[in-house]
Write a protein that binds this ligand. Structure first.
Ligand code: UDP
Ligand code: MN
Length: 308
């Protein structure tokens, strides 16, 4: 594919990158990201987790404790996505990007890609996880369901949404607290403290109800809102990568252009990007340290090749 010409200039604070994590992965996964790509892009990156961690809070101010459950349930994950969406809307930034805590984000490539689209228009960018649209069943009323099919970008490869599109998603994605406050204002004033008592601090609001309507995970729910409800097609990009594809196939010579990378398991085998050095596979099994040194050779902890 040809590089697209820039549509607008983008500064780092125009982009909101949400990293989804959970307390048990703070040391196991997040520390590696903080040492590598996040260290260069602190102002863009927001960490969404489910447990207090003083050590993490000392390393970055941008930690959001979602108060969502730490379970790997559909509800817990869509609760986190709802909070991510809400914080992005509040931030006023131009682009929302969501990644997992096993993603490396090549921010220079990300900015180049996003700058080629106008943020005021409807843009949903990512990599489909299936080779055909997902077939789902949509609950339309108490006792009526109907089939629905749509494409969605796999959350494990990361995806991005323009502000223009994100604003249109609000009836199905926003936290309910805003609409609750409005209705409480119209009713008797004594109702407000009552409602606050009854509702958990993050009910997950509209996004969780939308996810329950199709009973699918958070990334599918995003696709459902964007493609099925708003009629905006997913823009496919081969520059996003999850560990559900063979990462050995990403050529080292093209690492500079890739927007996201990952590591993990694929077909019950260890899956990581193939890059020779500077760190061994034993010292750097994810390959993220080696990738980071390849992209940012001036990093203090990267071994210097004698160039003088
Ligand atoms: N995750 C989470 N809560 C959990 C388990 C996982 O928020 O209870 C997050 C995790 O931090 C990661 C994403 O969900 O960002 C995907 O998890 P993982 O990579 O373990 O699973 P995968 O779906 O890729 O196999
Ligand atoms: Mn994963």
């Amino acid at each position: 594919s040809h590089p697209r010409p820039p549509a607008e200039s983008l500064a780092p604070h125009d982009v909101f990158i949400a990293v989804k994590t959970t307390k048990k992965f703070h040391r196991a996964r997040l520390d590696l990201l903080l040492e590598t790509w996040i260290s260069r892009h602190k102002e863009m990156t927001f960490i969404f987790t489910d447990g207090e961690d003083e050590a993490l809070a000392r390393r970055t101010g941008n930690v959001v404790n979602t108060n969502c459950s730490a379970a790997h349930s559909r509800q817990a994950l869509s609760c986190k996505m709802a909070v991510e969406y809400d914080r992005f809307i509040e931030s006023g930034r131009k682009w929302f990007c969501h990644v997992d805590d096993d993603n490396y984000v090549n921010v220079r490539a990300l900015l180049r890609l996003l700058a080629s689209y106008p943020h005021t228009q409807d843009v949903y960018l990512g990599k489909p996880s299936l080779d055909r649209p997902i077939q789902a069943t949509e609950r339309v009323s108490e006792n009526k369901v109907r089939p629905v099919h749509f494409w969605f970008a796999t959350g494990g490869a990361g995806f991005c949404i323009s502000r223009g599109l994100a604003l249109k998603m609000s009836p199905w994605a926003s936290l309910a607290k805003h609409s609750i406050r409005h209705s409480a204002q119209r009713g008797p004033a004594q109702l407000l403290p009552l409602l606050t008592l009854v509702l958990p601090s993050h009910s997950g609001g509209h996004f969780m109800s939308t996810a329950e309507r199709i009973r699918l995970p958070d990334d599918c729910t995003i696709g459902y809102i964007v493609e099925a409800l708003l009629g905006v097609p997913l823009v496919r990009s081969g520059l996003f990568h999850s560990h559900l594809e063979n990462l050995q196939q990403v050529p080292t010579s093209e690492l500079h252009e890739q927007v996201t990378l990952s590591y993990g398991m694929f077909e019950s085998k260890r899956n990581a990007v193939h890059i020779k050095g500077p760190f061994s596979v034993e010292a750097d099994p994810s390959r993220f340290r080696s990738i980071h040194c390849h992209l940012y050779p001036d990093t203090p902890w990267c071994p210097r090749t004698a160039t003088f």
